[in-house]
Design a binder for this molecule. Structure first.
Ligand SMILES: C[S@@+](CC[C@H](N)C(=O)[O-])C[C@H]1O[C@@H](n2cnc3c(N)ncnc32)[C@H](O)[C@@H]1O
Length: 420
């Protein structure tokens, strides 16, 4: 790669720095960048590296503009990556013993006595850094280099450096090694959660009757809510929905976005009580134009007197009254929502093992919402995990169910309707 003209130009650096230093250094940097392209062998690259290193030191010593300083540093780092590539390749090919090669790498340049020591030998540490630069993909290297250079240009506290680049690359790789999506978000319509992270939040720990795992809300939000949407939970109870919303960083991860959540309930309770407005949903819908409604409805027949002793509490109604109330709620949702918006109702079916009563509650819900002006848009299923704890009592219930030929109810349906 011998280029005697450019070597000659470099030879005069120390003498010209007193003149129009910046213009001259820029000129030398241009020559250096040509040399970077031409250098092929390790020795040639190291020679160019030393020249660029000298220019970098000069640009700092004579306080040339930040841009010129950064040009020099960037050129040096690019060359270091090249050097790393060659070293790695040689290692792979086993063409030569790296150590021997590296020992040969000592650079002599009489032209830079004023600004740096002669016979620079790359340390093992430096060479390992160059190889790490080389092992980074082109895209990541270029992105990180651009970011750090821009930051160094606008912030006098930060400098562009090989170590800084490697640190940023490490952070970038760490970010990329995080799973793309949380395991809480289910990839299919089977929303089963073997371990529940967002379990019941009021005082009765371990008691899940009438309480869906918060993970169901997370999946509803993920699949049905867009950034900025107005979301309403009109049967928010003790506010599980709020806890899940607040913790959305955990299950949205890198894809986090905000939306507006409003909560209502006939009998607000628990630690989020103050955030939940008392409201009877059979009367009317409390908010206009919600983009999305999610209702964890009181399971017919399963949670009698659990939330309150009020007659307007759906949990306390006879089947006939419950059906009328459900139809009224569907109408109220339809009156509040615009065409194309979604409304999710969460409910299991009902079976009574003792007397053989079977109520396909989810069909009543579907009929009510379709009659009110919706069509069924989507459906998912989640286990209530009733078999999770095989206690003697569970064994008795199982035997009872089998003997009476009535299945126990385990599946919760997540029915999502679209307003037409
Ligand atoms: C299955 S629970 C919802 C529990 C909720 N997921 C939580 O985090 O606590 C059903 C809720 O519906 C409420 N509810 C019952 N009848 C209602 C009515 N007429 N209007 C509004 N809410 C009602 C109950 O108070 C209860 O909190």
């Amino acid at each position: 790669m011998k280029d005697s003209s450019s070597e000659h130009e470099f030879a005069i650096i120390p003498t010209i720095v007193s003149g129009n230093q910046e213009t001259v250094v820029i000129q030398f940097l241009k020559t250096a960048s040509k040399l970077v392209k031409q250098a092929i062998t390790l020795e040639e690259i190291q020679e160019v590296w030393q020249k660029i290193n000298a220019l970098e030191a000069l640009s700092k010593k004579f306080r040339l503009s930040k841009e010129v300083q950064l040009d020099a540093t960037e050129l040096r780092i690019r060359l270091e990556r090249r050097l790393g590539e060659i070293l790695s390749k040689k290692k792979q090919d086993r063409e030569e013993n790296i150590k021997e090669q590296l020992d040969k790498l000592s650079l002599v340049s009489d032209n830079f006595k004023n600004v740096q020591q002669n016979h620079h030998r790359f340390t093992k540490n430096e060479l390992s850094k160059f190889q790490r630069l080389a092992s980074t993909s082109h895209e990541v290297f270029e992105a990180v280099l651009t970011d750090l250079r821009t930051e160094a240009a606008i912030n006098s506290q930060t400098a562009l450096s090989t170590t800084g680049i490697l640190r940023a690359i490490r952070n970038e790789q760490k970010k990329n090694s995080e799973p793309l999506f949380s395991p809480i978000i289910k990839p299919s319509d089977n929303w089963n959660f073997s371990t529940v992270k967002y379990g019941r939040i009021d005082e009765k720990f371990g008691e899940y009757r009438g309480y869906i795992p918060g993970e169901i809300y997370a999946n509803c939000f993920w699949y049905y809510v867009k950034p900025g949407d107005l979301v309403v939970a009109p049967m928010a109870g003790s506010g599980q929905v709020w806890r899940v919303y607040e913790a959305r960083q955990e299950w949205m991860g890198q894809h986090i976005y905000d939306f507006q959540l409003e909560m209502f309930d006939l009998t607000p309770r628990g630690k989020y009580k103050d955030l939940i407005t008392p409201h009877d949903l059979t009367k009317n819908f409390p908010v206009e134009n919600p983009d999305y409604i999610v209702i964890d409805i009181p399971y017919y027949g399963m949670v009698n007197q659990q939330y309150s002793d009020k007659p307007e509490d759906l949990a306390n109604m006879t089947l006939e009254d419950w059906q009328v109330a459900i139809a009224a709620i569907a109408k109220n949702c339809a009156l509040a929502q615009k065409t194309g918006t979604l409304c999710t109702i969460i409910s299991p079916n009902y079976r009574e093992v003792a007397n053989g009563l079977i109520v396909i509650v989810t069909d009543i819900i579907r009929y009510s919402w379709e009659s009110a002006g919706y069509i069924l848009h989507d459906k998912a299923y989640s286990s209530r995990r009733i078999q999770q704890h095989q206690t003697p009592q569970m064994a008795r219930m199982n035997n009872h169910a089998k003997a009476n030929r009535i299945m126990l109810t385990d599946i919760t349906e997540i029915l999502t309707f679209r307003r037409v």
